[in-house]
Design a protein around this ligand. Structure first.
Ligand SMILES: Nc1ncnc2c1ncn2[C@@H]1O[C@H](COP(=O)(O)OP(=O)(O)OP(=O)(O)O)[C@@H](O)[C@H]1O
Length: 337
C-alpha cells in the first residue's frame, strides 16, 4: 500500500542544509498497522509528514496505492490526499466548530450533498462512541474525546490509509489504551492501513503488526513486532525494548547471582501456545534439575501471547546443558546470559 524509496529530506536553516531523512526505504502492506519508533529528533514527524506530502521530500519516491505522490500537480495531489487521513498529537480541531461540524468539515470541502454528510457524520459519531457529544465544542471535551473527533474527521472521506502523528502522546495511560483499542477496532472493521509514529514501545507492542526503528534519519531495524521485540539487534531498539522490560532489576539480580558462584542463568522465551504449557517444569523434572526464577513476564504482543522467564539452573554442569538442549528441542528460545 505504501512504498518509500530512497527518501531524503533536508531543511534549509539559515543557508545550511540540515538533513532529517537520509535514505528511507520502507514497504507497508495493505491492512496492517505499522509502527515507527524513534527518539526525539530522529525524523519521525518528518517521515510521516512526507507520506502525504505535508512535507515535500528533497528526493525519493512516495508511492501510495501505486501512485507516486511526488510526481503529481497540486490538483491531483489534493485528490490523492483524500485517500489519506491523518490525526495529530494536539488534535488540530476547529475550536469554533462543534464536534459534528468538525467531522463534517472534510466532507463539505469535498462538496458532498447535505443528506450524505449528515448520514456519514452519524455513522462516524457512532463508530468513535461520541453520539451524545455532537453539539459540544472541543473545549468541552476531554483529550481522549478530542482525539476521537480527530479520528472521525480523518475517516470522513473513507481513506485507504490513516497516518497517526504521536496520536496518544498527550494522553494519560488509560485514555491511550482506549484510543489504541479504537484504532485496532477501525483497522479490523474497515481493513484500513494504519501508520503510527511514537516514542513508546508500549504503543508498538499493543497494536502494531510490524515496526521500523528510526535513528538519525535512517531505519536501523525493521520487522514483525514479535521478532523485533524478542530479539532486538540494534542498540536503539534494545533501549526501546528495555522501556517495557524491567531490565534494571534483572541486571542487578543476575550480577548478584553470578557473584555468588558459578551459576547458569538463562532467558527462556515462550511464544504463542507454548506460553501456557508446563514445558519448563516438565523438562526440569526429567533432567532432575532444580531451578529458581529471577524474573518473569507473561504478556501479549497484539494477539500473540508470549512469556519470558529468566531462570537460574542449579543442577550440575551436565544437567544444566542437558536441560537447555531439551528446552530448545521443544521449541523454546533459550539464551544463556
Ligand atoms: N521545519 C523544520 N525546519 C528545520 N529543521 C527541522 C524542521 N522540522 C524538523 N527539523 C529537524 O529535522 C530533524 C528531525 O525532526 P523531526 O521533528 O522529524 O523528529 P522527531 O523524531 O519527530 O522528533 P520529535 O519526537 O521531537 O518531534 C531534527 O533535527 C529537527 O530539528
Amino acid at each position: 500500500m505504501i512504498q518509500l524509496r530512497e527518501l531524503h529530506k533536508s531543511y534549509l536553516v539559515q543557508g545550511n542544509n540540515i538533513p532529517a531523512l537520509m535514505g528511507i526505504n520502507l514497504s507497508i502492506k495493505k491492512g496492517e498497522i505499522y509502527g515507527i519508533i524513534g527518539h526525539s529528533g530522529a525524523g519521525k514527524s518528518t517521515l510521516i509528514r512526507c507520506m502525504n506530502l505535508l512535507e515535500r521530500p528533497t528526493t525519493g519516491e512516495v508511492m501510495i496505492d501505486g501512485v507516486d505522490l511526488t510526481k503529481l500537480d497540486d490538483r491531483k495531489l489534493q485528490e490523492q490526499r483524500r485517500h489519506i487521513g491523518m490525526i495529530f498529537q494536539h488534535f488540530n480541531l476547529l475550536s469554533s466548530a462543534t464536534v459534528g461540524e468538525n467531522i463534517a468539515f472534510p466532507l463539505k470541502l469535498a462538496k458532498r450533498p447535505k443528506a450524505e454528510i449528515k448520514k456519514k457524520v452519524d455513522e462516524l459519531l457512532k463508530l468513535v462512541g461520541l453520539e451524545d457529544h455532537r453539539d459540544k465544542y472541543p473545549a468541552q471535551l476531554s483529550g481522549g474525546q478530542k482525539q476521537r473527533v480527530g479520528i472521525a474527521r480523518a475517516l470522513a472521506n473513507d481513506p485507504k490509509v490513516l497516518l497517526c502523528d504521536e496520536a496518544t502522546s498527550a494522553l494519560d495511560p488509560q485514555t491511550t489504551n482506549s484510543i489504541l483499542a479504537l484504532l485496532l477496532d477501525i483497522n479490523r472493521k474497515l481493513g484500513l492501513t494504519i501508520v503510527l509514529i511514537t516514542h513508546e514501545m508500549q504503543v508498538i507492542r499493543q497494536i502494531c503488526d510490524r515496526v521500523g526503528v528510526i535513528d538519525g534519519g535512517l531505519i536501523v531495524e525493521a520487522g514483525d513486532v514479535v521478532e523485533v521485540f524478542l530479539k532486538p539487534k540494534h542498540p536503539t531498539t534494545q533501549e526501546f525494548v528495555e522501556q517495557v522490560a524491567d531490565s534494571h532489576e534483572l541486571r542487578e539480580a543476575v550480577a548478584y547471582e553470578k557473584a555468588s558462584g558459578n551459576r547458569t542463568i538463562a532467558r527462556v522465551t515462550f511464544l504463542g501456545e507454548q506460553t501456557y504449557k508446563p514445558i519448563l517444569f516438565q523438562t526440569m523434572q526429567e533432567t532432575g534439575t532444580v531451578f529458581s526464577i529471577l524474573q518473569g513476564t507473561i504478556s501479549r504482543m497484539k494477539d500473540t501471547p508470549y512469556g519470558q522467564l529468566v531462570v537460574e539452573l542449579e543442577g550440575s554442569a551436565e544437567q544444566n546443558s542437558q536441560t537447555i538442549e531439551k528446552l530448545r528441542q521443544r521449541g523454546l528460545e533459550v539464551e544463556v546470559i
